[in-house]
Design a protein around this ligand. Structure first.
Ligand code: GDP
Length: 529
């Protein structure tokens, strides 16, 4: 192997690109911040929080993000930790998340599922889990807030299996919980990690011969010692075995108990995670599988476009996941969809709020490209004689719908142009009514997308829109040669998408199921055919 190839293999091997998935308030911001601190990004202390508290006057992220103090679109954070380069893809934890959140997950090679141990698996975690699970990527679980009175650890494991359908393997086990929580027993390294004297700032690690080591009794006390013996014996006998193959396929999730705010269990989590999580994985394309360790030419795809909400700066940032080859600043690559070469001169890498100009980057890295309006979500960029087109990104079924119209009828032209361009970006779906007047209906997965739409229509197209929320919750693309629109009258409505496909909107699951029963010959698809 030549020197360049070896260098490339090393760069790929040391990278870990993952997303943290959780329900709001589980502690994602806190965990992310601790991870950044371990990565030596000390200067960033408080940065993640800062974003939440919207203290960033200099930030030119979306205006709404600042006003509401949430992260509207996902950003990327990078740091080094003992021979690894870590890329964390931030997914908005707010319930106003959007399709962007889902798409960002396609750029990750693994996911960390963060759960509030008092609450268990919550709604948003479940949705995000399902997207990861469909891709079959490894999922690691961090059970957070063990310093609080939480649920029984066995209960939590049971819930992972019942609600998410994934088996789990506890990598460590809590000793007591809430006020009694004194530490964890690390099942992999046979060691105790302890809060010293209940002082939650100090963590002490003690090597032991096993969980029945006398030192464990000495430290935990008789009651907790007995409890721990019972629980760990039960796990040894009845629990799943650790199986890296299954972890890699997303069939078994390694579970870590800890407390992010006290920095407890975070470092061991990080170290185990880096060891077990996969390096940047191949992606499918028109040229077959593009494996970063063997395919030398540069390639990547855009999974997200972040608009600048400041009307004075129309520029946008397109987020590109590098799939193969080395990226160098100023290099020319082919924008495959438009068939032209473009020069990547001002790429940015994201370290929390700071934007650094990137000189070089490797597979698994995410770079932000300045976008004067030439990119779309899903665009592929590649070098070399053969164009590479990566598989289309998945689309997701909208769950919220609004009728959209304009306040000032004279602006019809700008209105249609705006709707057309913004839906083209793939951030929102548009439907036409099939009976009566031709009216437009927007479909999204998160409420915030409506607000962003309203904001951008005004800022970028000078159009004030009116949104009228509709009661539908489900959309299904209906494939049926003999479709009878009359069958969609009760608690449902038949509309068409941009490509004239029929889509049925339903108010509830019951309405959807009864339509399916009435039309056994029809196919009901969750996304466009
Ligand atoms: P996010 O919405 O998921 O980003 O959650 P945050 O990181 O903002 O945390 C939500 C709340 O939980 C905050 O008040 C945190 O201080 C708190 N929190 C986070 N981790 C822990 C933990 O380990 N223990 C306890 N008791 N509170 C925590």
């Amino acid at each position: 192997m030549n020197q360049t190839a070896t260098h490339m293999q090393n760069e790929v091997q040391k990278r870990r690109t993952f997303a943290i998935i959780s329900h709001p308030d589980a502690g994602k911001t806190t965990l992310t911040e601790k991870l950044l601190l371990f990565g030596g990004a000390i200067r960033l202390a408080g940065t993640v929080k800062g974003r939440k508290a919207s203290r960033h006057a200099t930030s030119d992220w979306m205006e709404i993000e600042k006003q509401r103090g949430i992260s509207v679109t996902s950003s990327v954070m990078q740091f080094d930790y003992v021979g690894h380069r870590v890329n964390i893809l931030d997914t908005p934890g707010h319930q106003d998340f959007s399709e962007d959140t889902y798409r960002t997950l396609t750029a990750a090679d693994s996911a960390v599922m963060l759960i509030d141990s008092a609450k268990g698996v919550e709604a948003q975690t479940k949705k995000l889990f399902q997207v990861c699970s469909k891709r079959g990527i490894p999922i690691f679980t961090f059970m957070n807030k063990m310093d609080r009175e939480g649920r029984d650890p066995f209960d939590l494991m049971e819930e992972l299996e019942q609600v998410l359908g994934i088996r789990s393997y506890p990598m460590n086990w809590p000793i007591g919980s809430g006020k009694q929580f004194c530490g964890v027993y690390d099942r992999v390294r046979n060691q105790l990690e302890l809060f010293q004297n209940g002082d939650h700032d100090q963590i002490v690690v003690r090597k032991v011969s096993g969980y029945d080591d006398p030192l464990v009794r000495e430290i935990a006390g008789d009651y907790l010692y007995e409890q721990l013996q019972e629980q760990l014996q039960l796990l040894d006998v009845a629990g799943d075995e650790f199986d890296l193959e299954k972890v890699r396929k997303g069939e078994l999730t390694p579970v870590f108990f800890g407390s992010a705010i006290n920095n407890f269990g975070v470092q061991t989590f990080l170290e185990n995670f880096l060891e077990l999580a996969p390096q940047p994985q191949p992606r499918n394309s028109s040229q077959g599988e593009i494996d970063p360790t063997t395919f030398e030419k540069f390639s990547g795809y855009i999974f997200k476009i972040q608009a600048n909400m400041n009307p004075a700066h129309r520029d946008r940032i397109a987020f590109l996941r590098i799939c193969s080859g080395k990226f160098e600043r100023g290099m020319s690559v082919k924008h495959v969809r438009v068939g032209k070469d473009i020069k990547l001169s001002q790429p940015q890498q994201f370290l929390a709020q700071e934007r650094d100009i990137v000189e070089e980057a490797f597979p698994g890295d995410i770079i932000g490209l300045f976008d004067p309006g030439i990119f779309r979500i899903g665009d592929s960029l590649s070098q070399g004689a053969q164009d590479i087109v990566f598989d289309e990104l998945p689309t997701f079924s909208p769950e919220m719908f609004s009728k959209v119209s304009i306040k000032n009828a004279l602006k019809q032209k700008q209105f249609l142009k705006g709707i057309d361009q913004l839906t083209e970006e793939g951030t929102i779906q548009v439907f036409h009514t099939t009976s009566g007047f031709d009216e437009l209906i927007l479909g999204v997965v998160g409420q915030l997308q409506f607000e962003v739409m309203e904001y951008r229509m005004r800022a970028e197209y000078g159009v004030d829109i009116l949104l009228h929320r509709l009661p539908f919750q489900f959309a299904r693309w209906v494939i049926d040669d003999k479709l009878d629109p009359a069958k969609f009258r009760i608690n449902s409505q038949l509309v068409k998408d941009k490509k004239d496909n029929y889509v049925a909107l339903f108010e509830n699951e019951y309405a959807m199921r009864s339509a399916m029963e009435k039309m056994p010959q029809a196919k009901f698809l969750e996304t466009a055919p």
